[in-house]
Write a protein that binds this ligand. Structure first.
Ligand SMILES: Nc1ncnc2c1ncn2[C@@H]1O[C@H](COP(=O)(O)OP(=O)(O)O)[C@@H](O)[C@H]1O
Ligand SMILES: [Mg+2]
Length: 257
């Protein structure tokens, strides 16, 4: 066993009397892809907000590569190698696709204070941005203004921006939400390819079970803030309580539709 990249111990977040995340324990190994699933209100986004530093846990501990990051501000956690996407689009609409990634790459190099001169630095930033766009297969959109590209392409651009800070741990909050079935397939296979490079560890929340089962090495099932089950996709599929929670929910949804 290698050391975990992320170790979550007894993580809890309460909002007044409402416990959004309740005593969660989880270890994620480098290069693993872990998905968090659970119905709306299960606590997935709150969990992310604590790992990325946007919310301070009420109780518990978060360790990144052996360092305690509990309660650190977002910019510090981001500099330590954690990058997240948001459920809501987070790009500059007036800039081109490439400029959006260049801004993120520049911000990263600003922190690392590389000593090359302005012109070569600019060129390096451009090249790095283009490499990222190629990785996400949106290089042909490089010169378009971000606001005119399709919703699915915007979300891929958002992933390129997330990867521009060279994160070790990448948090994606519902990466395929709002996508067409074709966009969802394309995005799933792209994330799979990125995971297969071994450069990233992914923590993903997702509603679409096909996406989850297609991507995740392990799945954490949350229900009302609690850990209902952790296991491989096959174990999750076979788990009676998880099946009941999910199948039960689907039946209710169909009945009320
Ligand atoms: N900023 C907040 N203030 C108060 N309650 C919140 C806040 N954020 C989330 N909650 C509550 O925490 C619970 C979990 O929400 P959330 O983490 O958004 O779930 P999910 O992402 O799984 O849908 C919900 O009951 C929600 O109303
Ligand atoms: Mg959410």
């Amino acid at each position: 066993m290698t050391d975990p990249i992320l170790k979550i111990s007894n993580l809890t977040k309460r909002f007044g009397g409402n416990t959004a995340v309740s005593d969660i324990n989880l270890e994620i190994q480098p290069q693993e892809t872990v998905a968090i699933i659970g119905p709306n209100g299960a606590g997935k986004t709150t969990f992310y907000n604590m790992v990325s530093g946007r919310m301070t846990p009420t109780e518990g501990k978060i360790e990144l590569e052996g360092q305690d990051i509990t309660g650190l501000p977002p910019h510090k956690i981001s500099r330590m190698g954690v990058s997240r996407s948001f459920q809501i689009n987070n790009i500059f609409p007036e800039m081109t696709v490439q400029e959006n990634v260049e801004v993120a790459v520049t911000a990263f190099h600003g922190h690392s204070r590389k000593l090359f001169n302005f012109a070569s630095r600019n060129k390096a930033v451009q090249e790095e941005a283009r490499e990222l766009l190629a990785k996400l297969q949106i290089l042909e959109l490089a010169d378009r203004r971000a606001e005119v590209i399709s919703y699915g392409d915007k979300r891929l651009l958002e992933i390129a921006v997330v990867l521009a800070t060279r994160p070790h741990l990448v948090l994606l909050d519902e990466p395929t939400a709002g996508m067409t079935p074709d966009e969802t397939k394309r995005t799933t296979s792209l994330i799979r390819q990125l995971a297969d490079t071994g450069e990233y560890t992914f923590l993903i929340t997702e509603h679409d079970m096909d996406v989850v089962f297609g991507l995740a090495d392990r799945i954490l099932v949350m229900h009302r803030g609690e850990n209902l089950f952790v296991g491989t996709p096959d174990e999750v599929k076979a788990h009676p309580e998880v099946r009941r929670a999910y199948l039960g929910e689907e039946e209710e949804e169909e009945a009320s539709a």
